[in-house]
Design a protein around this ligand. Structure first.
Ligand code: 6LW
Length: 499
């Protein structure tokens, strides 16, 4: 059956997957955004719904320290004996494990694992539990190391041992993303090499024993490094899963590049069928594609629009670092935002901000906002956000004692533009395409005026980071006691659905 990649659109890097009966669970990296580690559920591998987040209590990890691109990296999800386990690296804190009986909610507090390296993974095998990261050995060469662990306490039960140095014996570059699987008579070690960019690739080795010796596979499992014109770049960092019909699949990260070979959406999650030849995993032509065929049992459905429901905090909303919850008042029919004195441009800021992943090049975001600021420097509206160093704002703003509608940019060259506004609510709309963002507005239910067009945040902003573009709401002020911004509606819609 035919399906399209990515299966998770927008900023969703470092995917990891597990199956429980006919249910699939997938997690991705979330970096400085809170809640951390989105959990997606599917019964068919191609239609996914976010059911929660693993880290949803802000005292579980030191989010206030998470600079752009730091924070939560590369989770692995596994299921064993009625319990889900997730392990990941929180930069500055280290590796940790959490567990839960219900992946949508109720994850334990993290237990720290005293092992260095990033991209930790777990293997449950014959009554033992193994843990691996890309920790180096004494020779300081890049390596994958393995240890035995108690996943509930994080206690290491054996010394960590180097089990592989990567496919290229002459010094691999960025050997990371290890997962060990026990399949048939073999232990397989899957990893990424080449770094998360155009040279990225997935490599493998196998051994009869979990501790090695691991013999490298003589073919690359997956890479788009030698292939142009597929519309896919940087494929790497993958995780295998066997479906209930005995077919194998891999989820991996990749980007959909523009002409400059960067994607402002960030790294997304792709799915490919896996075959076995000579007891090695083989993926089609070894390259990832946007349109694929695979032994699926359900059709991929078109993606819908997303409508905010202000009666509760929906799990899809992303906040920055350790949110100040008192600044968000979900009132059912509206959301009241208290403008923060932290601004979006503050590198470790905790601004009033909530956003969704920009899921496709072509999409719209629309909000009705009522904000009549009283102090100069206060503003509220929509933002297209990559990081504190790169974003657009489309807002109602007070300057020189007057209120303006304004488009501004942080980072890059762009002259802010403003027109005087009326009091009362305004509808703001951003229409995104591969090449540009259009900014439109309307007062009092009149038709939208399309006002100005800007280029997407690309190479200089999104391309240099680990995250991707978000679109959402924010409110910030130049003075305390500013009035609240009333958000009357918010929705995001995919304008062109190719499926
Ligand atoms: C992640 C590493 C990587 O830990 O990028 O693409 C890092 N791979 O495996 C951050 O996402």
């Amino acid at each position: 059956m035919r399906y399209e990649n990515p299966i998770l659109r927008g900023f969703n890097p470092d995917p990891s997957i597990c199956r429980v009966g006919n249910d699939y669970y997938l997690v991705t990296s979330s970096f400085e955004y809170f809640p951390g580690i989105p959990v997606y559920h599917s019964t068919d591998l191609v239609n996914w719904r976010q059911i929660g987040n693993c880290i949803d209590r802000d005292d579980q990890l030191p989010y206030e320290t998470a600079a752009a691109g730091q924070g939560m990296w590369a989770p692995t999800i596994r299921y064993h004996d009625g319990v889900f386990f997730v392990t990941a690296t929180f930069q500055g804190f280290g590796n940790f494990i959490i567990h839960s009986a219900n992946p949508a909610t109720g994850w334990s507090d993290p237990v720290k694992v005293d092992m260095s390296g990033i991209d930790p993974s777990l293997l449950f095998d014959a009554g033992k539990v193994y843990y691996c990261t890309n920790q180096r050995g004494e020779d300081d060469l890049e390596a994958i190391s393995l240890t035995e662990i108690d996943p509930f306490t994080g206690a290491l039960l054996s010394p960590a041992r180097v089990i592989w140095h990567g496919m290229s014996d002459d010094r691999p570059q960025y050997l990371e993303a290890p997962h060990v699987y026990h399949i048939g008579e073999w232990y397989y070690l899957l990893a990424a090499e080449g770094g998360t960019g155009f040279n990225h690739m997935i490599t493998a080795a196998r051994s009869r024993s979990v501790w090695g010796p691991y013999v490298s596979c003589d073919h690359l499992i997956l890479t788009n490094r030698y292939t142009e014109n597929t519309g896919v770049a940087g494929s790497g960092h993958g995780d295998l899963v066997e479906d209930q019909n005995g077919n194998w699949w891999i989820v991996h990260l990749a980007t959909r590049p523009d002409e400059a070979w960067y994607s402002h959406l960030g790294r997304e999650t792709f799915l490919l069928p896996v075959a076995w030849e000579n007891e090695w995993p083989v993926i089609g032509d070894g390259v990832s594609h946007l349109v694929c065929e695979g032994p699926l049992w359900a059709q991929q459905k078109p993606m819908d629009s997303w409508q905010a429901d202000f009666s509760f905090r929906q799990p899809q909303w992303l906040f920055l670092r350790k949110p100040r919850w008192e600044n968000y008042d979900f009132q059912g029919d509206k959301l009241l935002l208290t403008p923060s004195q932290d601004h979006l441009s503050d590198p470790l800021g905790r601004p009033t901000f909530l956003a969704l992943r920009q899921m496709d090049m072509d999409c719209t975001a629309e909000a009705e906002i009522d904000f009549d600021p009283i102090y100069d420097g206060s503003e509220a509206g929509l933002t297209i956000f990559v990081a504190d160093y790169g974003y657009y704002t489309f807002c109602k703003r007070r300057e020189n004692g007057k209120n303006w509608l304004s488009v501004q940019r942080q980072g890059g060259t762009f002259h802010p533009i403003s027109i005087p506004t009326e009091d009362g609510s305004v509808c703001l709309k951003i229409t995104a395409s591969k090449k540009e963002y259009l900014f439109s507005f309307a007062f009092n239910k009149e038709p939208f005026h399309t006002w100005t067009i800007v280029l997407p945040l690309t190479k200089d902003d999104a391309g240099k980071g680990f995250t991707g573009t978000l679109i959402g709401l924010y409110a910030q002020c130049g003075h305390s006691n500013e009035k609240k911004a009333r958000i009357l509606s918010y929705r995001q819609k995919l304008a062109s659905i190719s499926r």
